[in-house]
Design a protein around this ligand. Structure first.
Ligand code: PXG
Length: 459
């Protein structure tokens, strides 16, 4: 055995047998010649077997918050596996890492969020929330309260319930979704929908759309409002100031539960520990995953606030819900180490500090003919690609130029994702100022190449 992988054999096995998530397999296998094989990573960089490397301005899928290649996490996983690789948390048992992590995460949250239910992903966290919320209202004697209010282009996961919570039309088109009881309203995307309104006026309009829908459905049937503090996969939609205040007023007015999906925004992404801190959101339930382990192990959780927890614990009897891997001891031990690194290396503070650097250096791309706006909060942001800057005019065939730009990014050694014609970024929280400069140079090169393509099409 050698340590050098046979990449062509791996690519062949992958093409023959591996169905990837969110992938057009016909195109991947026949047009593109198979998947890129990522073999290693360190800090903000990943590389393939040939040594070709990319600056990963997406932290994998918005998750590798502490950066790649930290040996401490492997050491902790190994020690936990040697001691106790697995035991479950059903039937009146627990494990040391699960109990310790539940307490640790609660200590990071506001006081009213003081209970943790462990799952393995953000999707499972949101599925769990759908059952929890409906169970809560049953226990409260209002079983008709079943409807969830969400937003267009929300992303809450891929299971049937999580995809129903989400507002992605392409996902709804597959598998007869959403399920009954899920409503979607205007998203607070001023760049896309704001027209001549000020961002604040538009934010009010978006919140009013939510109230109008609640009234149309019948407030007595509505269970909860769910929202990502900043919509991630929808194109990093940073809501106008005042939007969340209004949404919270509406939630209170109709006695609804409020769910802040922190799967992307949690664990420092926005320059604070939680996304809800920047918008003054007081949530009843908080799904989290991704940055909880920085991707070193699969793990998710739901933080359950006082209002729901009290009813569930006092009146609920057995909550018939859970997963074999709920509170997996290895994943929980890795999460604890991840949180230690996040805290001891002041990575949340670094994300806050880097916001200004990114705003300046990536923001400077705003002078590029293709760029209509650059926005950033902490270390999550977006670059809007436009045909015409005045009036924020999009290209026809939305998503085509974004895909061209995404492919040029890959060619120049940069990973950014295209959400239609919005290039999004969320680099590891350990990124340095010098690395932001490297990223900005690569991004400019990719934009120049994209512009050359667009211009040659038009000539
Ligand atoms: N909530 C939010 C806000 C998310 O962003 C989930 C829930 C679901 O988490 P899991 O762990 O089940 O994937 C997510 C996940 C993309 C992309 O391409 C985004 C996510 C996942 C995969 C791809 O932007 N977000």
């Amino acid at each position: 055995m050698t340590n050098t992988p046979d990449i062509s054999a791996i690519k062949a096995a992958d093409s023959a047998h591996h169905l990837h998530p969110f992938t057009d397999h016909k195109s991947l296998r026949h047009k593109e010649g198979g998947a890129r094989v990522i073999c290693g990573g360190k800090g903000i960089w990943v590389w393939d077997a040939s040594g070709r490397r990319w600056l990963d301005a997406m932290s994998g899928l918005w998750c590798v918050n502490i950066g790649y290649g930290r040996p401490e996490l492997g050491a902790v996983a190994r020690a936990q596996m040697d001691k106790l690789a697995y035991y479950n948390t059903f039937f009146k048992t627990t494990t040391e890492p699960a109990a310790e992590l539940a307490a640790r995460v609660c200590a990071l949250l506001p006081d009213h969020l003081n209970e943790i239910f462990f799952v393995n992903s953000g999707s499972e966290a949101n599925d769990t929330i759908v059952r929890l919320v409906r169970t809560y209202w049953q226990l409260e004697g209002q079983p008709q309260r079943q409807v969830f209010i969400s937003r267009n282009r929300a992303y809450h996961g891929s299971t049937m319930a999580a995809a129903s919570l989400g507002g992605m039309s392409g996902m709804h088109a597959q598998g007869h979704l959403p399920l009954p009881g899920f409503e979607h309203v205007l998203e607070p995307d001023w760049f896309q929908h704001g027209g001549d309104m000020s961002p604040e006026e538009f934010g009010h309009k978006a919140a009013r759309a939510m109230e109008e829908r609640i009234l149309r459905v019948g407030p007595e049937k509505v269970a909860a409002i769910i929202g990502e503090p900043i919509q991630g996969a929808g194109g990093v939609i940073i809501p106008p100031s005042g939007y969340w205040d209004e949404v919270q007023r509406i939630a209170r007015a109709y006695d609804l539960l409020l769910i802040a999906d922190e799967v992307i925004t949690g664990f420092g992404r926005t320059g604070r520990m939680w996304g809800f801190e920047s918008f003054g959101i007081t949530a009843d339930l908080v799904p989290m995953a991704k940055g909880l382990t920085s991707g070193y192990q699969p793990l998710g959780a739901v933080a359950v606030g006082e209002r729901v927890a009290r009813v569930l614990i006092e009146k609920g009897g057995e909550f018939a819900h859970g997963f074999t891997w709920s509170g997996h001891p290895v994943a929980c031990a890795v999460a604890l180490e991840n949180l230690r690194i996040l805290e001891e290396e002041n990575l949340v503070e670094n994300a806050a500090r880097m916001e200004a650097v990114v705003a300046e250096r990536i923001g400077a791309l705003g002078d590029h003919p293709l760029v209509g706006e650059v926005r950033v909060k902490g270390l999550i942001g977006a670059i809007e690609l436009v045909r015409e800057k005045t009036g924020r005019q999009r290209f026809d065939d939305l998503g085509r130029v974004g895909t061209i730009c995404r492919d040029h990014c890959i060619d120049v050694g940069l990973i950014m994702r295209a959400c239609w014609d919005t290039m999004v970024f969320a680099p590891p929280l350990c990124i340095s100022e010098a690395e932001v400069d490297q990223w900005a140079a690569l991004a400019r090169e990719a934009l120049d190449r994209t512009l050359a393509d667009v211009e040659s099409e038009m000539s």
